[in-house]
Design a protein around this ligand. Structure first.
Ligand SMILES: C[C@H](N)C(=O)N[C@@H](Cc1c[nH]cn1)C(=O)O
Ligand SMILES: [Zn+2]
Ligand SMILES: [Zn+2]
Length: 517
């Protein structure tokens, strides 16, 4: 599986983080204003943590239909919190959606918030989500996932880092300016959704509809919904993978069967399904679907060098992960396979018996669930076709009389940005001020569907500014954000508001002078 020999690319990537880091000089000392702001944030830590506790207590799981009302409740809490900041809040109704089983569920509203309209200020739009992945104590959590619990400086709870903590950190930062009665350095816009973990349903249409209105005066877009590459070193993110999610359904009839009475004489759906799932990836991690790597951009020498220069501690990453060994042995290979090659993961099988104990049943209908992370320049419709053809081919060789259905309920495109603009420069300076070091410039293996949507629809500059650490355990048991990251992250956002304001005003003054001259 030699993933390097594919069509050339990189013409679309107009960045050079290495050059940028050399070109941008910033100071790590804080101004008196920053000191005042940071002091306020330090003094109000317990209030900020209390707010996070209140948010984490809401089981706003967007994946499980029976919890949709909790997502709705969470959206109301978030809207109220923005209104208390003084923001104008518009909760946009997105209607409803149909589940694979035919049920219709209401979609949570998307919050569009606005605060400040000073024409001298840049307008920064912040995106975050307040829905979460499913979590149960029995999954192996040490504490109740919906009771934020501090242990050794870590705040454990579902959504603590993904993404309630970062959304609140942004709000805390804005609140700090108000509480200290400081002039707002930027105008704020907020896009807060409640369906990110379920694929941001309905959001794309809303962004298109609002492009000429809500987004028309937005200068910069910031997303804080991913993690640093390391446990300690801050990062700035300029790319993320997309995702194509698949269901593969095999059915033999309308009812489950006794395996003593019928086992051995029928084609069992779960055996068909396991053969299908087994055909997807080999033991080296290489995806076996013909043509799947054809669209993947080829690696250039320049890009390979870039990966070589990134600081990345393999052992730390392996410890965070809790596995014995990775598929690849070098830093470069690991980063390449996380960020710029596709990967296929199998997530589960609906309909298969999974409780403790023994149940001698033959399930009548089983649905395998897997996804393929997407990278430039893969095409979702081509991938869908390739997957369907591959699975149909494997299935037909089994000569099974069962019915096979393949669907792609969700497709999100990858995102890759240029980093040579004010947004990245401001964030880099703010990171240096708060953390005293330059950030890693990284890509992310996971997916934030809205990143690409923002880029394509609004054509504005988009950046991911994470505040969570690599060991935060997004989607996992014992998800956390450290008190340090939550509070310093709040400072980072406040410092970023000042930096982007300064750079934006300077650049406008310069261009104004150039025009006059
Ligand atoms: C990175 C972000 N916090 C996240 O977890 N995103 C999800 C979104 C998704 C992708 N496919 C389905 N949902 C992820 O990357 O898994
Ligand atoms: Zn998230
Ligand atoms: Zn997530």
């Amino acid at each position: 599986c030699n993933v390097e020999f594919y069509p050339s690319f990189l013409d679309s990537i107009h960045f050079s983080p290495v050059l940028l880091s050399k070109a941008v000089m910033s100071s790590s000392s804080s101004s008196a204003l920053e000191m005042e702001i940071f002091q306020y944030i330090d003094d109000h830590q317990s209030d900020f943590i209390k707010d996070l506790k209140e948010w984490v207590a809401v089981e706003s799981d967007s994946v499980q239909p029976h919890l949709r009302k909790e997502v709705m409740r969470m959206m109301v809490l978030a809207a109220d919190r923005l209104a208390a900041l003084g923001a104008t809040v518009n909760s946009v109704n997105l209607g409803s959606h149909q589940l694979p089983d035919g049920r219709v569920l209401p979609l949570p509203s998307v919050i569009l918030g606005e605060l400040g309209k000073d024409p001298q200020n840049p307008t920064v739009c912040f995106y975050g989500h307040v829905d979460v992945q499913p979590a149960k104590k029995e999954d192996g959590w040490n504490t109740d996932p919906y009771t934020l619990t501090e242990i050794d400086g870590n705040l454990y709870g579902r959504g603590a880092t993904d993404n309630k903590g970062p959304v609140l950190a942004w709000i805390n930062a804005v609140e700090t300016f108000r509480a200290l009665k400081l002039a707002m350095p930027v105008n704020f816009k907020f896009v807060i959704e409640g369906m990110e973990e379920a694929g941001s349903l309905g959001l794309e249409k809303l962004l298109e509809e609002e492009n000429q209105s809500f987004f028309s005066d937005v200068d910069y877009i910031v997303i804080s919904d991913n993690l640093w590459l390391s446990n300690k070193k801050p990062a700035l993110t300029y790319g993320s993978r997309g995702n194509a999610c698949f269901f593969v359904e095999v059915e033999c009839g309308s009812k489950d069967l006794h395996s003593g009475t019928f086992g051995g004489i029928i084609h069992e759906p779960l055996l068909d399904l396991i053969a299908l799932l087994d055909s997807l990836v080999d033991s080296t991690g290489c995806i076996q679907i013909p043509g799947i790597y054809d669209g993947v951009a080829a690696l250039t020498e320049e890009e390979r060098k870039l990966y070589g220069s990134i600081e990345f501690d393999l052992e730390e990453h392996r410890n965070n992960c809790g596995v014995k060994k990775f598929l690849y042995g070098t830093k470069e290979e690991i980063l390449l396979h996380l960020w710029r090659y596709p990967s296929l993961s199998i997530h589960g099988i609906e309909g298969a018996f999974h409780e403790p104990g023994i149940k001698t049943v033959i399930p009548a209908k089983v649905i395998g669930k897997f996804s393929i992370r997407q990278v430039p320049h893969m095409d979702l419709s081509v991938v869908k076709q390739q997957v369907a053809e591959h699975l149909e081919g494997v299935f037909s060789k089994r000569k099974s009389p069962n019915t096979l259905k393949v669907s792609m309920p969700l497709g999100a495109k990858p995102w890759l940005a240029g980093v040579n603009d004010l947004l990245y420069k401001a964030a880099r300076r703010a990171i240096k001020t708060v953390f005293g070091e330059d950030p890693d410039f990284i890509r992310d293996g996971s997916t934030i569907p809205v990143a690409r949507m923002f880029q394509t629809i609004t054509q504005k500059s988009v950046m991911m500014l994470p505040i969570g650490a690599a060991d935060d355990g997004e989607h996992s048991q014992n998800e956390k954000i450290s008190r340090y990251n939550y509070i310093e992250g709040t400072k980072l956002f406040a410092a970023f508001f000042l930096e982007i304001s300064k750079l934006h005003r300077n650049s406008h003054e310069t261009s104004h002078t150039e025009t006059i001259n």
